[in-house]
Design a protein around this ligand. Sequence first.
Ligand SMILES: *Cc1c(COP(=O)(O)O)cnc(C)c1O
Length: 429
Amino acid sequence: MSNVDISSIYGSLGIEKRVFDYCQNIEKRLWERYYAIDRTAEYNQLKVVHAMQKNKIGEAHLYPSTGYGYNDIGREGLERVYADTFHTEDALVRPHITCGTHALHVALAGNLRPGDEILSPVGKPYDTLDEIIGIRPSAGSLAEYGITYRQVDLLPDGSFDWEGIRQAMNERTKLVEIQRSKGYAVRPTLSVERIGELIAYIKRLRPEVICLVDNCYGEFVEEQEPSDLGADLVVGSLIKNPGGGLAPIGGYIVGKKEYVEQAAYRLTAPGLGKELGASLGTTASFLQGFFLAPTVTAAALKGAVFAANVFEPFGFPAVPNALEERYDIIQAISFGKPELLTAFCEGIQAAAPIDSYVVPTPWAMPGYDSDVIMAAGAFVSGASIELSADGPMKPPYAAYFQGGLTYPHAKLGIMKALQRIVDIDSKLW
Ligand SMILES: *Cc1c(COP(=O)(O)O)cnc(C)c1O
């Protein structure tokens, strides 16, 4: 070990000795958890490298295509790498997919026809799906095309309502949408194993139903993905886990060939499908980001575990709590008071490599019924695999915290957040 005193560089970043000492002591108790997270990352790293080698990814795959993008071997190689990593027949991985919401829309709209019904057996989906499905009336929604929607909530203890699901399934049920991460809802994130049980149950009732998993924030958190346990389609965003922090845009859809193709006809046009779509130079960052994604996801997970363990002893409830198993990278911490939520977000912002000098302020946002505060100092605008936090300014004043491209950076963000909080609430210690 070098004799450089690490506390002094923390000092130059505004971390007092007592905050440093407290956090170092917390961290000492977490090495075993971190070790387990690293073992998962190791497994997933090998899975990705294996897929790259199997598909003979070479320098030529890294070059851009323009125009129609016919015969773009980089794009085709990238999609084979995704398909082999998720153990699916096919994949659609494109910079033309704007975000996770768009990927979900493409997968749904491509595979549903008038008269079909969608079932969500895990409660209300992520907010942005309200307008896609037409839960909130919206121009262009699936409801406008005669596609109906049913929902079965989880039971109060978080378990599946097996009987309710059975009753909700009918001859029009074409697709079941299963959201892995809790998003901003108050329910536990689903493990891949539980998703597998749900899919098996649905397939026993109606084998022809398409099981789609919204995999946002879940990729590489476990060794298995929902496609390993029967999901027909798995969908996510490249500015979250699988982009590894390098993808500047994009989304992915992996699954059965037939369903991925239907999605591709919706993304481009009937008759065109996957055959075209210029990569415009994104392929290199998609491939390298996917290569880094297992360890980037591990860094974010360690940051989340660290945050829960740092704040819980002060009496701030953490979801998941300090000891729980993780199935996504999101950490919620309730601060109970608006000024503490603000202080937390200020600390996260102050730790950022980009825009660290900006002070986040609560603001009215479309789609929210209260002001929202957001902290993000990201290389890729809005990327939530980078260290970021946000929270609605209403009880319980919870911060939703995620990301961190490296663990030392996530750790610094949490230490800065704690520093801000003790600065304004001296009675905390
Ligand atoms: C992030 C997310 C989405 C999609 O969000 P975008 O902001 O459009 O990328 C969908 N579902 C869940 C659960 C998410 O976390």
